[in-house]
Every structure is written in structure tokens, then in C-alpha cells.
Design a protein around this ligand. Structure first.
Ligand SMILES: Nc1ncnc2c1ncn2[C@@H]1O[C@H](COP(=O)(O)OP(=O)(O)OP(=O)(O)O)[C@@H](O)[C@H]1O
Ligand SMILES: [Mg+2]
Length: 359
């Protein structure tokens, strides 16, 4: 096992920064996901760790020692690439054994390791087959076996399941998590799929335009997104422009809300509020909230997604329990938990008991 530290990494190309000042600590045996939209610098970060790209600035340390001077094959890392790259002319056995042969390990040891790695990814008996004779999912598993067989202290995975169908993807995700926990490898997993990140990561680093915006556990990230970008990137979020009024409350559309404790803003200051769809309480027309209009109800199995027209705001999204039975037409709406953003940064949260209902 190993602790990984990324210290102020910078990589710039003629077209601009691929990564800008990326710092991240990954604990022993931890699985951290790099999550972000296409082009935000995820692969670049991973390749810097693996030694395939030299950063312009910054350092990569494992257990406190810089590995920047080591070539990829001498780093205690193994990488599963974004486009899985098995050698088509080699059978599965040779594909998996390649890294160990390169390291001149004894034949007996290689045989044992390859067999173990193939068992680990659920492909025993596939040794003699060629990549072209395998399904996409099987090829990705061979790619994973090829990385695991090196017994890396740090496993780097670049969207390793991107080409799989939804079901196989979930299956592989569970397999990987089980392997990772059993073997205890420190891992960095790149994905742009938030559900994937939320389901496998101990912590998630959300990246945008070459910068890490927030690093947190999945539940913390969901409950307290630190920036407006993270708030809208993870899950769904209703975002409403607001302003501080003369009484020191926040007026956002038809809502009038107390500022969170400890937050002092002066009259007229603009801010933005964020409310998760499950934190909007939808009630009948005689409820205590703001009058609103239900325009659409979509049955999503265990819950309803409801579109509600809110005066001055437009359409917002509400999730309701199925038993709640939302119906089209007049209703009332009130927020239960509200996030406050100023200059796109989280300044406070009002938890349910702090949101006064409208009189
Ligand atoms: N060799 C290169 N030369 C010039 N620009 C590059 C190079 N490699 C990456 N970039 C740019 O750096 C930025 C980050 O690229 P990177 O591959 O790290 O993104 P990514 O987050 O992995 O995206 P994706 O989700 O699409 O794989 C992009 O804008 C990309 O165009
Ligand atoms: Mg990439």
C-alpha cells in the first residue's frame, strides 16, 4: 500500500493549461475518483502520476518521496488506459504476462501471477484466446488483469469501463471495488460518470478546466457542494437568483429566506440559492408554501419527478415520494434545505429546522 501526494501540478500546452495547480492527497488503500467534464484534465493528471507526461511544475510523491524522475516502468504504479490497449497479436496469457516478462521474473512466478490475476477478474481459462475473440467487457477485464498482475502500489484507471453496457458496467464496478478492497490498492479512478464516481469512490475530486474544485466524500459532495459548478454537476439542483432585502433576508423568486447563521450580507447584494429537488416540499393548494402550478408528473419507478411552475422563476424540479401522489394544477411549494452561493462559492446552508415557513 502507499500514500499518494500530488503537489501543485501544472501542465501547459500551446493551446492552454491542461491542468493548473492540481493538489491532491490519496491515503493508503483509498479509492479517489477524478470526476469532471470532457477536457477538464483528468487523463493528464493520471498520466503525470503514471510518468507518461512530465509536468511543467509541481511534484508527485509516494510515501513522501518524489517519483518524478522515475520512468513509468520503474514507478510503483500501473495504469489501465482510457482506450484499452491489448496487443492484438498476443493471446490473453501473453498480454497479461508482458509486464512481468519485461521485468525478467522467473517463469514459475509469472505463471502463478497470471493465473491469479485472471481469476481475480473472473476470466480463468481465457489464456489462449486473442483479444479479437473476446467481448469488449472481457477485453477490459484483461486490461485490468494486466495492471493488477504487476502488484502496483498505486492503480491508475482511466475510464476503464467506458465502453461497456450499463449492466456490465455496474458488474465490473462491483468487481473492481471488491478487488480493490481485498488487495487494498491505493487507486485513482477517472470517470465523467457521476453515478459511477458516487458508487465506488471513498472520495471524489471534482475537476473543471484543469482545476480541482472540491475533494470530498460522495455524501459530503452531494450535501454541501462547495461551488456552484459542483452543485449543478452532481445530481440535480434548482438554482435561483436572489438578493438581500432591507430586512436582511434573501429574496429569491417568490421565496423569502433567512440567511444562514453567521452569514452577514448587506442590502442589495446578489447571491444564488440552490435547492435539491427532494428538498422542495410540494403540497396541495392550501399548503403553507408559495402558490405554484404543477405542469408535469413523470413516474420514475420509486419516485415522481414533478415539474412545477414557480412565479418569477419558471420551471423547477421536485422529487416526491410515489405515495405522495402529485397531481397537475394548483399547488404550493416550500423549500426545506437551501444552499447559498455568493460569487459561485458556498457561503452557508440552512438546514430544515432553520427555514421558517412563510406566514
Ligand atoms: N498533447 C496535448 N497537446 C495539446 N493539448 C492537449 C494535449 N493533451 C491534452 N490536451 C488538452 O488538455 C486538456 C485536458 O485534456 P485531458 O485529456 O486531460 O482531458 P480529460 O479530462 O481526460 O477529458 P476526457 O473526459 O474527454 O477524456 C484538453 O483541453 C486537451 O485538449
Ligand atoms: Mg480522458
Amino acid at each position: 500500500m502507499a500514500r499518494l501526494e500530488l503537489d501543485h501540478l501544472v501542465k501547459k500546452y500551446a493551446s492552454g493549461y491542461a491542468i493548473q495547480d492540481v493538489s491532491l492527497d490519496v491515503a493508503d488503500g483509498e479509492m479517489v475518483c477524478l470526476l469532471g467534464p470532457s477536457g477538464c484534465g483528468k487523463t493528464t493528471t493520471l498520466r503525470v502520476i503514471g510518468g507518461f507526461i512530465t509536468p511543467d511544475q509541481g511534484d508527485v510523491r509516494i510515501d513522501g518521496r518524489s517519483i518524478l524522475r522515475l520512468p513509468p516502468e520503474r514507478r510503483p504504479t500501473a495504469m489501465v488506459f482510457q482506450r484499452y490497449t491489448l496487443w492484438p497479436h498476443m493471446d490473453v496469457w501473453h498480454n497479461v504476462a508482458f509486464g512481468l516478462e519485461l521485468r525478467h521474473r522467473p517463469r514459475k512466478e509469472i505463471e502463478k501471477a497470471v493465473q491469479q490475476a485472471l481469476e481475480l477478474v473472473g476470466l480463468p481459462g481465457a489464456e489462449k484466446r486473442h483479444p479479437a475473440q473476446l467481448s469488449g467487457g472481457q477485453q477490459q477485464r484483461v486490461a485490468l488483469a494486466r495492471a493488477l498482475v504487476l502488484e502496483p502500489r498505486i492503480l491508475l484507471l482511466d475510464e476503464p469501463f467506458s465502453n461497456l453496457d450499463a449492466q456490465l458496467r455496474i458488474h465490473m464496478r462491483e468487481e473492481l471495488t471488491a478487488i480493490q478492497r481485498r488487495v487494498g490498492i491505493t487507486s485513482v479512478f477517472v470517470t465523467h460518470d457521476q453515478e459511477e464516481a458516487l458508487s465506488i469512490a471513498d472520495r471524489i475530486a471534482v475537476m473543471r478546466a484543469g482545476v480541482i474544485e472540491q475533494v470530498a466524500t460522495p455524501s459530503e459532495l452531494y450535501a454541501r457542494p462547495a461551488t456552484r459548478f459542483v452543485a449543478t454537476f452532481i445530481g440535480s439542483m434548482n438554482v435561483i437568483d436572489g438578493r438581500v432585502d432591507a430586512a436582511g433576508s434573501v429574496v429569491a423568486g417568490p421565496f423569502r429566506l433567512a440567511l444562514p447563521p453567521g452569514v452577514g450580507l448587506s442590502e442589495g447584494q446578489p447571491l444564488v440559492i440552490g435547492i435539491r429537488p427532494e428538498d422542495l416540499i410540494l403540497e396541495g393548494p392550501n399548503g403553507t408554501g408559495t402558490p405554484a402550478q404543477v405542469t408535469q408528473v413523470t413516474d420514475l419507478g420509486h419516485y415522481h419527478r414533478v415539474s412545477v411552475d414557480l412565479p418569477e422563476v419558471g420551471s423547477v424540479t421536485v422529487f416526491t415520494d410515489k405515495s405522495h401522489g402529485a397531481s397537475l394544477g394548483r399547488a404550493t411549494l416550500r423549500p426545506r434545505r437551501v444552499l447559498f452561493y455568493r460569487d459561485d462559492r458556498l457561503i452557508g446552508v440552512t438546514e430544515p429546522e432553520q427555514v421558517p415557513s412563510r406566514s
